[in-house]
Design a protein around this ligand. Structure first.
Ligand code: ATP
Ligand code: MG
Length: 216
């Protein structure tokens, strides 16, 4: 029903981390979730493999498929069969990213609070314009990812202000902070909401709530 695409032109900002964690939260809430990994690097699909290899049998199911190249038809087909499709694209301009943007309901862009990440928005703006010509309903949402855990600092706020000045982008209030638990979760095939860190759990749930509310 809904296609949420994690994408952007910057590598390493947390797209796969957020994709896998959002998938877990939605599965925990009873949704039938499909994670489509469109990145040949396979971060999300490797995570699902580790998840499925765990001895625990009570974990909520996160379905996963891999497809590279042109992914428009695959995404539309999956959307007709699953409640939520979360697509994970690699951090560069690619056929996968471009075709997924034409199919998606939401392009969700994590950005680190650093000029190296933020200045990729200029190039993304061109891709968004192209995608919107074919997919006018596409919603574009940006949020700060891997933000410093020192919440008194101004970096995350300044990055949000920067994003707020970018036309056509909805800036989310949630900030995903840089926490070791996210790296541990990726390694373990889990979501942080299945582990014991209340701060990480809260921010991931908040992110899902914010995206969900915007889609309702
Ligand atoms: N919030 C976070 N806190 C701590 N570590 C993080 C966080 N988000 C991502 N990481 C770590 O940063 C690295 C890159 O994250 P991830 O693979 O999610 O980024 P990506 O945007 O998907 O990268 P790519 O563009 O290569 O697909 C990983 O080692 C991951 O564990
Ligand atoms: Mg990735």
């Amino acid at each position: 029903m809904a296609i949420i695409l994690l994408g952007g032109e910057k590598g390493g900002c947390g797209k796969s981390t957020v994709a896998t964690n959002m998938a877990v939260v939605m599965a925990q809430r009873g949704a039938d979730v499909m994670l489509l990994d469109t990145d040949p690097q396979g971060t999300s699909s490797n995570w699902v493999e580790r998840r499925n290899g765990r001895e625990q049998t009570d974990l909520p199911v996160v379905n996963c498929a891999q497809k590279t190249g042109e992914v428009y038809a695959t995404l539309r087909d999956l959307a007709s069969r699953y409640e939520v499709v979360i697509a994970d694209a690699g951090g560069r301009d690619s056929k996968e990213l471009r075709s997924a943007m034409v199919a998606a309901d939401v392009l969700l862009m994590p950005l680190q609070a650093s000029i190296a990440d933020l200045e990729t928005m200029n190039r993304m703006a061109q891709l968004i314009e192209l995608a919107k010509a074919m997919n006018p309903a596409l919603r574009v949402m940006g949020f700060v990812s891997r933000g410093p855990t020192n919440i008194t600092g101004r970096e995350a706020m300044e990055a949000r202000e920067f994003l707020g000045d970018c036309q056509g982008i909805e800036v989310l209030g949630t900030v995903i902070r840089d926490r070791k638990i996210y790296r541990d979760a990726l390694l373990e095939g889990l979501g942080v909401t299945e582990m014991g860190n209340s701060k990480a759990r809260a921010e991931v749930q908040l992110l899902v709530d914010e995206v969900w509310r915007a889609l309702a």
